[in-house]
Design a protein around this ligand. Structure first.
Ligand SMILES: *Cc1c(COP(=O)(O)O)cnc(C)c1O
Length: 396
């Protein structure tokens, strides 16, 4: 990436950074749907494999369309390098496994996306990597969990679904003081509203399936960090295990990036209005929205986030019965566990995304029978509020 691209504002980077224009001068990014590449001669193939000549070798290693997506994400995140993956979970798994070896220890926030929690709690221990889960809201809990072999800290902020926040700079400081690295799953805040690398994190991961696509089309993910760590720790893992993003999905995600700032800005504004409406209702016992002054950790939100996010968590007074009746009565807001989409989506974590946790673990995370998560989309907020209002009336 050029210095010029690095200095552009995010909206400009998201339209132009990393573009590799072919000899045909196409306006839109080209879709290089190819597995391999042809060499001009046997000598050229030899030189390419030796690394003496630049160029692509095989799409499991690198592909021009995927390369454009990685470069554009680097520009936006302010990262030196990146590797794109087939899904967000492939990115999280790679970031964790490539940072550790048998005998190492992870400290992770307990409020994690379900599959992330499975990776640190169930998968990693099979390979001799121990994990301690903590309530990430207090830095003292992170400090207490550190062991001599702690090499990795892992967190998500705001969390799913209760939108708790973790003080990223404080955890990064602790990681540095004990010689560990901090991985931040930055999906909920998006790269536009939170910059973990600037706050001191070492590695940032995304599910590009969420806001980056934002239109419900494809899965994708990305790991971003410094060039040295990617060269030394991630590069060979990618080449040899193949969690690679398909060129078609990279192309779709590039198109998503062009409109990301416009969508995230509008969805955040919509979420703020919907949250204010929900907070004024007597049939709702709790509304958590990072953009509201009554968020339990509003001071940290103010320090590390540039926006309130596109997600809202709420509790209906009538428990599961009311939560189900409310969801079923909605006409515009659709029932789906996805998020960050142009379509507003609602989910009941207890019976869907968090059903595999024990009742005790759900209680620790503040997930009750009446808890719902809304991902606010691009519809007109007057229509969304009318939809919620009439569904609450019918559910009562
Ligand atoms: C969705 C999500 C993931 C997993 O991403 P996929 O693309 O579905 O594999 C990881 N972390 C968070 C916070 C998510 O929301």
């Amino acid at each position: 990436m050029t210095t010029k691209e690095r200095n552009w504002k995010p909206a400009t980077q998201l339209v132009h950074a990393g573009t590799l224009r072919s000899q045909f001068g196409e306006t839109s990014e080209a879709l290089y749907l190819t597995q391999g590449y042809i060499y001009d001669s046997a000598e050229a193939a030899e030189a390419r494999f030796k690394g003496e000549e630049p160029g692509f070798i095989y799409s499991r290693y690198a592909n021009p369309t995927v390369d454009m997506f990685e470069k554009r994400m680097c520009a936006l995140e302010g990262a030196e390098d990146a590797r794109a993956t087939a899904s967000g979970m492939a990115a999280v798994t790679a970031a964790i496994l490539c940072s550790l070896k048998a005998g190492d220890h992870i400290v992770a926030a307990r409020a994690l996306f379900g599959s992330c929690r499975w990776v640190v709690e169930t998968l990693a221990p099979r390979y001799g990597i121990a994990c301690t889960l903590v309530d990430g809201r207090e830095i003292a809990n992170w400090e207490k969990a550190v062991q001599p072999n702690t090499r990795l800290f892992f967190l998500e902020s705001p969390t799913n679904p209760t939108l708790e926040v973790v003080d990223i700079a404080a955890v990064a400081g602790l990681a540095n003081s004990v010689g560990a690295r901090l991985v931040v799953d930055n999906v909920f805040a998006t790269p536009l509203q939170q910059k973990p690398l600037e706050l001191g994190a070492h590695i940032v991961v995304y599910s590009a399936t969420k806001h980056i696509d934002g239109q419900g089309r494809c899965l994708g993910g990305v790991v971003l960090s410094d060039k040295e760590w990617i060269d030394k720790n991630l590069h060979d893992y990618f080449r040899h295990t193949g969690p690679s993003l398909s060129p078609f999905n990279a192309w779709t995600l590039l198109k998503g990036l062009e409109t990301l700032p416009v969508r995230v800005r509008q969805q955040t504004e919509n979420a703020g209005r919907v949250a204010d409406f929900l907070a004024g209702r007597a049939d709702i016992s709790r509304v958590i929205y990072p953009g509201r002054a009554d968020h339990p950790q509003a001071d940290i939100v103010k320090r590390q986030m540039g926006g309130g996010s596109t997600l809202i968590c709420l509790d209906l007074k009538g428990g599961k019965k009311s939560a189900f009746a409310f969801q079923n009565a909605l006409e515009i807001i659709q029932i789906s566990n996805n998020l960050g989409d142009a379509k507003s989506l609602i989910t009941h974590p207890e019976t869907t995304t968090h059903k595999n946790l024990t009742a005790e673990a759900r209680a620790e995370l503040g997930i009750g029978s009446g808890t719902l998560r809304i991902s606010v989309g691009l519809e007109d907020t007057d229509d969304l509020i009318a939809d919620i209002d009439s569904a609450l009336e019918r559910a009562a």
